[in-house]
Write a protein that binds this ligand. Structure first.
Ligand SMILES: C[S@@+](CC[C@H](N)C(=O)[O-])C[C@H]1O[C@@H](n2cnc3c(N)ncnc32)[C@H](O)[C@@H]1O
Length: 297
């Protein structure tokens, strides 16, 4: 299936005998039109092909990590992110969020906990199970993700989460204001330099002795597993995205971030080389995800 050209999808149209099938075939055709290379940004020196091979990797990389592009991407994905996140990870995202909480050292005094790059608060139930008595806050810079998160805080958690609509790399959070900072799947959209800024900010907002834990998806080292995983994310997920939520281009972008993130070594380097942080790396499910845990010294 993964080696098959995308055009095989068009055969759906040939069997459209009911209105349901006709509708489905139209959706697939529309998806294929949307998946053709398009020029969506003029950031940097030239126009950037958003979903195909890129001729100038430096320009493409710039756009990939441009904060405005990242914010826009998550704004557009906010309608469907939660559902697709579970599908895209084969349900592993649920397990990895659980493992995230277990990575926080058990002896930390967690009076104030921050969920960084919180999205719509997908980790919050787990977070409250792990820190039932803590004061909890979240931060994200996508206005739509934040709007959903605030709604969720109000409707499901009695307004317990204060949600900051801020850039994690340039926030107004006070120095040493958190005992614990966690984040699920929030690191891959930081390039090398942004990862270092993130480490600086983490060291600034954590109190001495405070702890952090992060999880992120990675490319597995096993070539067979990596091929299957790549194929699933680059081919199957955009189709599922189109059928379920009609935004395949956005879900193809996730694959590009995963590719660029590789084994997560740039996050590891940034955390490990920061003089005020200690970090341990944890391989999760044969390297399909990575965990980082550590402390502010
Ligand atoms: C893949 S989602 C993860 C959402 C959630 N943590 C989860 O468990 O699914 C990444 C989130 O990070 C946010 N984000 C990316 N860069 C950010 C930054 N510099 N400051 C704040 N939020 C950021 C995006 O808006 C998006 O909501």
């Amino acid at each position: 299936m993964c080696g098959a050209p995308m055009s095989t999808v068009g055969r759906v149209g040939a069997v459209s005998v009911t209105s349901f099938q006709r509708e489905r075939a139209q959706k697939v055709r529309a998806m294929r039109r949307r998946m053709r290379p398009r020029y969506a940004s003029t950031h940097g020196a030239g126009r950037i092909r958003q979903d195909g091979p890129v001729t100038d990797p430096a320009v493409a990389r710039d756009a990939l990590f441009d904060p405005g592009e990242v914010r826009g991407l998550f704004d557009r994905m906010s309608r469907s992110y939660e559902r697709m996140n579970v599908v895209a990870s084969f349900g592993f995202s649920v397990r990895w969020r659980r493992q995230l909480m277990a990575l926080v050292p058990p002896d930390v005094q967690a009076h104030r906990v921050l969920d960084a790059m919180s999205g719509m608060g997908e980790t919050w139930s787990r977070l409250l199970r792990r820190f039932p008595r803590s004061e909890v806050a979240a931060l994200d810079f996508s206005p739509r993700m934040v709007a959903h998160a605030r709604e969720r805080s109000r409707d499901r958690f009695g307004g317990r989460f204060h949600v900051y609509a801020e850039d994690m790399l340039d926030s107004g959070l006070p120095d040493a204001s958190f005992d614990v900072v966690v984040s699920a799947f929030g690191l891959k959209t930081f390039d090398e330099e942004q990862s270092r800024r993130f480490a600086d900010e983490l060291a600034r907002i954590l109190r001495p002795g405070g702890a952090f834990a992060f999880v992120e998806v990675t490319e597995p080292p096993n070539p067979v597993l990596r091929r299957l995983y790549d194929c699933y994310l680059s081919r199957i997920i955009p189709i599922v995205g189109a059928l379920l939520v009609s935004d395949p281009v956005e879900y193809r972008m996730l694959f590009r971030y995963l590719r660029a993130y590789g084994d997560g070594s740039r996050s590891e380097r940034a955390l490990a080389e920061h003089p005020a942080l200690t970090v341990t790396r944890h391989e999760l499910f044969f390297g399909c995800a990575v965990g980082f845990s550590g402390r502010r010294v």
